[in-house]
Design a protein around this ligand. Structure first.
Ligand SMILES: *Cc1c(COP(=O)(O)O)cnc(C)c1O
Length: 413
């Protein structure tokens, strides 16, 4: 019997097996056919503290017995208020306002709309967006517009808006990126949007903090808003709570999702400065921020996020992240001879198999995915780029198994 489910980023014509997962715990997924699978990519980068963390599950249970959902235009509830208060307390101080949405993509849409609304309300003619080549900011029309163009969005290109692109800061050519941005500032852009320190879906490409710092300084010098899309990098992935910390920069707009609820339930926030909030605040209703989704700040999701913050406060999360990073450095060292461009930032390790310039559609990706799946490890290479991004709680045996298997694959493919 074929399933009526249409899966994302899945070519159903290839008839690849789709494992059925019944339950999960920590870094382990259990399938209906009794397999124990290591989740080496945190279920697409969302699971930080491990699947079904007891505190997050308890928070969801408790909240579900009190308030399930509430209109958020003009009404509020305790989980959202607590979350916003606690978020602004641990995020950079200039980010004083929290706008809720449901996914990383919508947090990006919100940031872009806030940037344009900000200048429109101030009567300034700034509406262009500058992006970094090779970036990924989500799959909605706005997210795709500011992301890399390619096979993923070719069919939709007529719907995408025009942006200005600065080159990825290749090693040794970092200044070219800064110079390109400086030159584009002559066009009075509204905002620059970047993935800080590492382009995720664009191939786990890492660039140095000085470049991020340089970009931020150019923004400040030209009155351009700096949007940090930390949907993937946030919540400790790169070794610090935010990747921006490593460059000592504070954005004007910050997008967070994925690990916001520890990866348990969808929620996103866009944090904004008081200045951006103020440009929308008025007695004139025409200047309000015109954005909402039905489930904005869903109470159950907010309660899960509050529990995530409690875990960050009460458990040794930072130590776990540091230890995981260190252990991965050790385990990946043996791969250096077998793969190219082995690299790491915090808990993320990436490398290329075979041809370094392979495209996303290279057949190696699905072959590798199948190789790992058949051996009970969930890895999902981006083309020929294999990366590991496990939950912070992963057991050492499981981590060792992942790297041993990648070593085996490197010899085979
Ligand atoms: C995953 C991701 C998004 C999109 O988030 P969704 O929740 O999948 O919509 C946006 N930006 C970055 C950097 C991401 O990694």
């Amino acid at each position: 019997m074929t399933s009526p489910v249409w899966h994302p980023f899945t070519q159903h014509g290839l008839n690849e097996p789709v494992p059925l997962v019944t339950h999960a715990e920590g870094a382990i997924l259990h399938t209906a056919d009794g397999r124990r699978v290591i989740d080496a990519i945190s279920s697409w980068w969302v699971t930080t503290h491990g699947h079904c963390h007891p505190r997050i599950m308890a928070a969801i249970r408790d909240q579900s017995e009190r308030l399930d959902q509430l209109i958020f235009a003009g009404w509020t509830h305790e989980p959202a208020e607590t979350l916003a208060r606690e978020l602004t307390a641990i995020m950079p101080p200039p980010l004083t306002k929290v706008f809720f949405s449901d996914s990383g993509s919508t947090s990006v849409e919100v940031a872009l709309k806030m940037a344009l609304g900000h200048f429109a309300n101030r009567g300034e003619d700034r509406h262009r967006i500058v992006v970094m080549a090779g970036s990924y900011h989500g799959d909605t029309i706005g997210g795709m517009s500011v992301g890399a163009r390619g096979v993923f969005n070719k069919s939709y290109a007529p719907l995408l808006f025009d942006v200005d692109v600065i080159p990825f800061p290749e090693a040794g050519a970092e200044q070219a990126t800064l110079d390109a941005f400086e030159a584009l500032c002559a066009r009075n852009p509204a905002a620059l949007i970047v993935e800080p320190l590492i382009l995720g879906a664009g191939g786990m490409r890492i660039y140095p903090p000085q470049v991020l710092r340089g970009l931020r300084e150019i923004c400040a010098a030209h009155g351009v808003l700096f949007i940090a899309d930390e949907v993937m990098t946030g919540w400790g992935r790169t070794g610090t709570l935010l990747a921006c910390e490593q460059a000592e920069v504070v954005p004007d707009l910050l997008c967070l999702s994925k690990g916001l609820t520890g990866g348990a339930i969808p929620l996103a926030v866009t944090l904004a400065t008081e200045e951006i909030f103020d440009s929308h605040r008025s007695t004139d209703r025409a200047r309000m921020f015109f954005h909402s989704s039905s489930y904005t700040a869903n109470p159950i999701a907010c309660a899960a996020a509050v529990a995530n913050l409690t875990i960050w406060r009460d458990e040794p999360v930072r130590e776990r992240i540091a230890a995981l990073g260190k252990r991965q450095t050790e385990l990946s060292a043996s791969l250096r001879e077998k793969v190219s461009n082995l690299r790491q930032i915090g808990t993320i390790v990436a490398m290329e198999f075979d041809q370094p310039q392979g495209s996303y559609l290279s057949t190696l990706g699905p072959q590798l995915t199948a190789f790992f799946r058949e051996r009970d490890v969930l890895l999902r290479p981006l083309g020929n780029t294999v990366y590991v991004m496990p939950p912070y709680c992963i057991a050492d045996d499981d981590l060792t198994r992942i790297y041993a298997l990648i070593g085996e694959a490197a010899e085979r493919f």
